[in-house]
Design a binder for this molecule. Structure first.
Ligand code: GDP
Length: 452
């Protein structure tokens, strides 16, 4: 995703500062100027960026920091906190409860990705054991019902709509009624989008809302508009009770950071982001794990969520136990590669792992990375059990590496490269040592732990 560029620039600035022998005013200013430039390029509002810079300078008073204080850590933490503050609307969103019927209405301009997002949202919940249903109350755009029908059929989600009826209010009402009777616990109503914020669109939204009494109204917005998201989100909020926002197309636009911070400034919580056209290119948006990932620190909560989703139930406790022991053996790396290859859109998973994100798995080069992982696995197939189960990289001397290279038909250089990768990951993994193993639903506590 393009946001990776923003994250890359910020973490590079922090890294450069960390490399300096002495951290003085000049070094700090250079670091902050780099971050400012990166945020402005991402279309973050100037005032937000300026406030952030002022706040960091206030927190990090170099003169007051006595020798012995870890200035780098304090600065990094201040940057992390300020970025979180910039994206935090200070208000949680209503979350539907499983087993209890909730009606969720989607609103947004045409082309924002509303219909696609409705299905992604339904699909996401279906995978988590909900019983969702889709109602197409978009009678304005020709083909809207067909699109929803096609998506819903693919995801095996029940849907309701009409080719004949032109009154969106009637369709919405009937659809919601029907799915309530069928005991669906998440009824999603897609409404019409127009090209601009015109009065007729808002009036129709209000009427559908009155008829269906939604528990949550989600406003869908295209990230390419950057900081203009502020005005758009405000306009929708004034016409209908928007409870949450989903920002789409975060994969393709440099202005994603601007859009996210602008929405937060309207005090509307962003709950998901769209990161591609496919059904599962959709991610929960949680400020701290997001910033952590942006800075290359990993998103443990997202990763754990994926583990619960993909790793077979009976293997989960063992894997988490191994992680918490902090001993990252080559066998664990092998098993992780197996899981990663199973996990579907590989980029999503990788970007959640600290250390894995940019180096091993750059976005847009998934195929290459997949091939690399398979190559590593072939080499590991030529290792002995002793080698796989040891967490001591010194064991892998040159003659062992030569043998592995011969056995797998690869060059010794590639075995060495894999061992370097292993060492890098083992170092990151060691941070997991002593970590409390989370149960389902305890993910945010874990991420707080990791970010502390
Ligand atoms: P609507 O008019 O708001 O209902 O928008 P659609 O759902 O029809 O989406 C408009 C276009 O945006 C379609 O081509 C979608 O495939 C595309 N789209 C939606 N969400 C995303 C996303 O997160 N990333 C990308 N790259 N494209 C998206």
């Amino acid at each position: 995703m393009v946001l990776a560029q923003l994250g890359g620039s910020i973490s590079r600035a922090i890294q450069q500062m960390s490399n300096a022998t002495i951290i003085d005013e000049k070094v700090l200013n250079e670091c902050l100027n780099e971050i400012t430039r990166a945020l402005l390029q991402s279309d973050v509002q100037f005032k937000l960026v300026r406030d952030m810079q002022t706040n960091i300078k206030k927190i990090v008073n170099l003169d007051d920091l006595a020798a012995g204080h870890n200035k780098r850590k304090i600065i990094q933490q201040a940057i992390f906190n300020e970025l979180c503050k910039m994206l935090d609307p200070g208000k949680p969103s209503f979350t539907p409860k499983k087993g209890k019927t909730s009606v969720v209405m989607f609103v947004g301009l045409q082309g924002s990705g509303k219909t696609t997002t409705c299905t992604k949202y339904a699909y996401y919940h279906q995978k988590k054991g909900w019983k969702p249903a889709l109602v197409c109350a978009d009678t304005f755009r020709a083909g809207a019902f067909d699109q929803l029908k096609q998506n819903a059929t693919k995801a095996k989600i029940p849907f309701y709509g009409s080719y004949m009826e032109s009154d969106p209010v009637k369709i919405a009402e009937e659809g919601v009624e029907r799915f309530k009777k069928e005991n669906c616990d998440l009824i999603i109503v897609d409404t019409s989008g127009r090209h601009k914020q015109e009065a007729a669109l808002f009036e129709e939204m209000r009427q559908v809302s009155e008829a269906t009494k939604p528990d949550l109204v989600i406003f869908v917005m295209d990230s390419s508009i950057g900081q203009a998201a502020f005005d758009q989100a405000q306009a929708f909020k004034q016409s209908v009770a928007v409870g949450a926002v989903i920002v789409t197309k975060m994969d393709g636009h440099a202005k994603g950071g601007g859009a996210l911070s602008a929405v937060a400034a309207t005090k509307s919580p962003v709950i998901f982001i769209g990161t591609g056209e496919h059904m599962d290119e959709f991610e929960v948006f949680d400020v701290k794990p997001f910033v952590s990932r942006l800075l290359g620190m990993g998103d443990w909560s997202g990763f754990m969520d994926k583990i619960h989703e993909v790793v077979p139930m009976d293997q989960q406790p063992e894997l988490l136990q191994k992680l918490s022991e902090g001993n990252f053996t080559l066998r664990i790396m092998y098993e992780q590669f197996q899981n990663i290859l199973k996990m579907g859109p590989i980029g999503q998973v990788f970007s959640m792992l600290p250390g894995f994100s940019s180096e091993l798995m750059p976005k847009g080069r998934e195929k290459e990375s997949q091939a690399k992982i398979k190559r590593y696995m072939t080499m590991m197939d030529s290792m002995t059990n002793e080698e796989l189960d040891s967490s001591n990289p010194k064991l892998m001397n040159e003659s062992r590496m030569m043998r592995i290279a011969r056995g797998s038909g690869r060059h010794i250089r590639e075995v060495m490269e894999m061992m370097e990768e292993y060492k890098r990951l083992a170092k990151i993994w060691s941070k997991m040592k002593g970590l409390k193993i989370p149960k389902k639903g305890e993910m945010s506590a874990l991420s707080r732990n990791m970010n502390a």
